[in-house]
Every structure is written in C-alpha cells, then in structure tokens.
Design a binder for this molecule. Structure first.
Ligand code: FA5
Ligand code: MG
Length: 520
C-alpha cells in the first residue's frame, strides 16, 4: 500500500510521458470486472490516468505542445458559431466538439429530479450544510482556458490542455474538464466560507462501461480568514470548527505524514506546519463523513432488498496525490469489490490562487469527487451509459427518491442484451509528407481518443466498449498497425446482425475518412 502510494506520487511528479498517454495506458489494459460486482472499477488504471493528467507541474516537460493542427484529430463539423445554454460562441480551428457531446450540455442530469446523479448530489450536499456551505449547481459548462487551467497553476505545456484530451470551442474557450474551473471565481466572490459546485464535465476519453465523454463532478471548498478569526489564531479556529463536526466509527488507513518535503510538500512560504495540519484534519474529517454517508446508504439499500446481505466492513484509505492547485494533496480510496477505487482528489489549496483572487488572508481546502462513479456504487448501476438513458425502465426505478432519500433502492437491471464483438484492423496513415520518418510521425500524431470519438460519433451508445487487442510495427516499412475490438451492445434492445454490420461498416468508413487510416 505504502509502495503504491509512493509510486503513484512519484509518477505524478517525475514522469509524465507525453500528451494523451493516459488514454494509451488505459486502452491497452483490460477491464477489471469483478464477479459479484456490476461495476467495472478499473481503479488503479483510471487513477493513474487522471492523476497523471492533472498532476504534472513537476513532470518532465512534454515536448508535445497543444496544437490546433494535430493531424489525426477528427474534424468535427465546424460551424462558425455554436450555442450553449442560450449563449453564442465563435469557433475557430481549435473547435473539436462533436454534436453528441454538445447535445449533452442541455441535459443537466445533476439537476434532474429523481435521477441517480442528482440523488447522489443531494446525499453529498446533506453532509455540507448551509449557511457555511453555499451550493452552486448551475454554472455554465463553457469556460475559458484561464479558468480551467491558468488560474489553477497548470503549466502551459500541460497535457490536459491538448485537443486530444479536451473539447475546445475555440483557442481560448472550452467545455470545462473539471469543476475546479470555478474555484478562483468563487474565492474572489467571498460569498460563504464554504461551497459546493455540482456540474457536468467533459473529457475526451476511452469508451467503456465506466467512461463517458461527459460525467459529473462535485467540488467543495472551505476557507478560513486570518483577518477575521478570533485573536488572529487561525489554527485554533479551524480546530474549533473540527470539534463541531460529527464523528464516525470507520477505521481509516492514513499511514503517511501530514506533509512530506518531496512527496507531498507543505507550502512553507505561506503556511506553518500547524496551519496545514489543521486544514488537513478538517478536510479529512469532512470528506470521511461524506464517504461514510454514501456507503451507509448503499448498505441500507442492499439490506432492504436482501435481508441476508452480508457486507464486508468498509475500508477507506488516504493516499498522497498531486494536483497543480493543492499542496499537500490526497486522494481518498475505498476498497470495493476486491480493489481500491479512487473516489476523490483533495488538498490544501495553493495560496497563489487565494492571492490572485484578492483574498490573500484566506487559507483552506478543496476537493473534487466524481458523481457518476459514486452513483454507480450507490445504486449498483453497471454501465455509465445508463445515466443518459431516457428509458422508463431505468428512470422509473428512482421515482420519489429525491423527496425521500430513505426510499433509495439498488438498480435492478432490466435485461442484458447480447454483445456483438467486431474487430477493425488498420494501418496508420502513411506519412511520406513527414519527411520519410513515418514511425516518428505516426507515434506523435496518433491519439486513441480520436478512434474512440469516431466510433462513439457513429455508433453512439450502442457501443459498450472498445479495446486495443493488437498493435505492431512492420519491421521493414515502419508502418504501424492497430486492431481494435468493438463491443456493440445496446442497453435497451437486441441489435440485429444486419444492424451491427451496418454500424460497423459505417465506423470503418469513418475511421478511414476522419483519421486517414488504411483498413487491413
Ligand atoms: C480533478 O478533476 C480535480 N479537479 C479534483 C480536485 C479538486 C483535486 C479540488 C483537488 C482539489 P481528477 O481528474 O482525479 O481530479 O477527478 C476527480 C474525481 O472525478 C476522481 O477522483 C473520480 O472520482 C472522478 N473521475 C475522474 N475521471 C473520471 C472518469 N473518466 N469517469 C468517472 N469519474 C471520473
Ligand atoms: Mg484522480
């Protein structure tokens, strides 16, 4: 455990391989589907991916600068302007948002009464009561690169900025990749000592049962102001607030020191050790209470449906992490179905964000949690695509829960339709234009996220997952061949053979047309 923690922290700091690498890591590995669990957890991979993607201030600088001319990125149909939530935005050559992703901006599942994402939000909000915490659930998904990256200290060459990872409307405007995009504005606004933001977030990513280009996050923060605490004693004020929090009786593994000079440093320029430790103690207790609440409700729902249900004791642990906008930082992991599943990222907020937001005397903590992932655990929902279903067989199962959380039940799958696997093998585009160095050019330009997006655009939610099953480089020509296995399986009905064949043909054509690959 300590080993994996150290490894992860070190990986975040030292060795960011290159842009889009998280996607490559993920595709080549297999899902961890556990018997008895309906959730594909993939925790360690997913953790590494996003930890890496959002954690590379100290990483070896990537040589792959974000570029509007990335050659393999599929061209979304590029209208001159687009409309999101009643506002009009000009596009430019950076535009890469496909129509299905744009359409998702209208759905606001986190606000849809009796929707599992919304119910999950309500449960989490109940652990952060007003007036200390103010809820912000209607922030626009379109933000600037300054809000999403610069204000949080992301370096200019951070891979998260690449068009292979992020949906851009134009060079300076994107669909937020995380709710932290609103942090600086809320610090500046000083409306309340704490806040929660729930929102849809957008990332170009792989296709499988736990990844969708749109998911939901809840962000929370709590600040204290040196200028207004009694006697200026911020440490005492924080511990007083901590003493007022409820307690829980779960044993939480937390073997690391509260900060570590290399792995998880204190912001020594701005915080004393006592201050950072007080903030960390309040953060950990607050977030543990939230996680305990979720798992208590999950257990209650299971017992209600199956009185013989025997649960393993809840295991929770803090692991060191890295984010450009917090230090020290931690992730909270829960042991679920035989594996550690990352549920949130958190830390002591970077003081520069407070300073740049005009509130230099404030210090505090922040966290971000994935609502979809929590909802999948809570309701035992086996496939992330289900959240987007308008099928009454799905939605009706949660009727009335928003008004009475005590009626929460586990999801009962309405059927499992047959899977249909089809392979597509292709050579990456010949790159004679790249001065004959075809190997280098291919390796540089090819992003698996592009393959995923082309497939998703054509076949939509009828694709359950896509896996790389083979790749090799021709020893003489240096050309690279890839073979992907696509699993076509509707959540709502059995697909006919003819239908799947047609879809697969269309996918194949789109790969050729959009990515310029040559089918083998
Ligand atoms: C972030 O997005 C940070 N903004 C979180 C944060 C906020 C850290 C404030 C510190 C302070 P990350 O990419 O790890 O970090 O995502 C946060 C959480 O979102 C994860 O722990 C996970 O629960 C969820 N999440 C991330 N990627 C996915 C995904 N592809 N599918 C489902 N859930 C995801
Ligand atoms: Mg993470």
């Amino acid at each position: 455990m300590g080993g994996s923690r150290t490894l992860v922290a070190a990986a975040g700091r030292r060795t960011w391989p290159r842009a889009g690498a998280h996607a490559h890591v993920s595709y080549t590995a297999s899902l961890c589907l556990r018997r008895g669990s309906q959730l594909s957890c993939r925790s360690s991979l997913t953790n590494q991916c996003w930890r890496a993607a959002y954690s590379s201030v100290f990483a070896t600088p990537s040589t792959h600068q974000p570029s509007p001319t990335t050659t393999t990125t599929p061209k979304a149909s590029s209208p001159a302007t687009i409309h999101v939530n009643g506002k009009t935005y000009k596009t430019d050559s950076w535009f890469n948002v496909p129509a299905n992703v744009l359409a998702a901006t209208t759905r606001k599942l986190h606000l849809q009464k009796d929707h599992p994402i919304s119910i999950t939000r309500q449960i989490l909000e109940s652990k952060f009561p007003g007036p200390t915490y103010k809820y912000h659930n209607d922030f626009d998904p379109v933000v600037s690169t300054v809000e999403n990256f610069d204000s949080l200290g992301f370096p200019p060459d951070h891979p998260g900025r690449n068009r292979s990872d992020t949906y851009y409307i134009n060079k300076d405007t994107l669909l937020r990749t995380h709710t932290s995009a609103h942090e600086a504005a809320l610090f500046r606004a000083r409306e309340s000592p704490g806040y929660l933001i729930s929102a849809d977030v957008y990332r170009r990513d792989e296709v499988d049962r736990s990844h969708y280009p749109v998911f939901h996050q809840m962000e929370g923060a709590r600040v204290w102001d040196r200028a207004s605490v009694p006697n200026g004693d911020i440490v005492a004020a924080i511990y007083e607030d901590l003493a007022r929090l409820p307690t829980h009786d779960i044993v939480v593994e937390d073997p690391n020191p509260p900060h570590h000079p290399e792995r998880n440093p204190l912001q020594a320029k701005h915080h004393t050790a006592a201050e950072a430790e007080a903030v960390a103690a309040h953060l950990k207790q607050s977030l543990e209470l939230m996680v305990v609440e979720i798992f208590s409700r999950a257990k209650a729902a299971a017992v209600k449906q199956d009185p013989n249900f025997v649960d393993e004791p809840l295991r929770v642990r803090w692991v060191e992490a890295y984010f450009p906008f917090t230090s020290p930082s931690w992730e909270l992991e829960v042991y679920y179905a035989g594996d550690w599943l990352e549920v949130l990222g958190s830390g002591v907020t970077t003081q520069e964000i407070h300073i740049n937001s005009g509130v230099p005397s404030q210090i505090g903590w922040a966290f971000g949690i994935g609502l979809d992932r929590i909802a999948m655990l809570l309701f035992q929902i086996p496939d992330i695509r289900l959240f987007w279903s308008q099928d009454e067989r799905f939605l009706s199962q949660f009727a009335g829960v928003s008004d009475n959380l005590g009626t929460l039940k586990r999801f009962i799958p309405f059927s499992k339709y047959p899977a249909c696997y089809k392979d597509v093998s292709f050579w990456l585009r010949s790159t004679s234009a790249a001065g004959g160095n075809s190997k280098a050019a291919n390796a540089h330009d090819f992003h698996e996220n592009d393959v995923m997006e082309v497939i998703r655009n054509v076949a939509g939610d009828t694709v359950e997952d896509v896996k790389l099953v083979d790749d090799f480089t021709h020893p003489k020509t240096g050309r690279k061949s890839m073979c992907y296995r696509i699993n076509y399986r509707s959540l709502e009905r059995t697909l006919t053979n003819a239908e799947t064949n047609t879809l697969h043909d269309q996918v194949t054509q789109a790969l050729v047309g959009k990515l310029g690959v040559e089918i083998r």
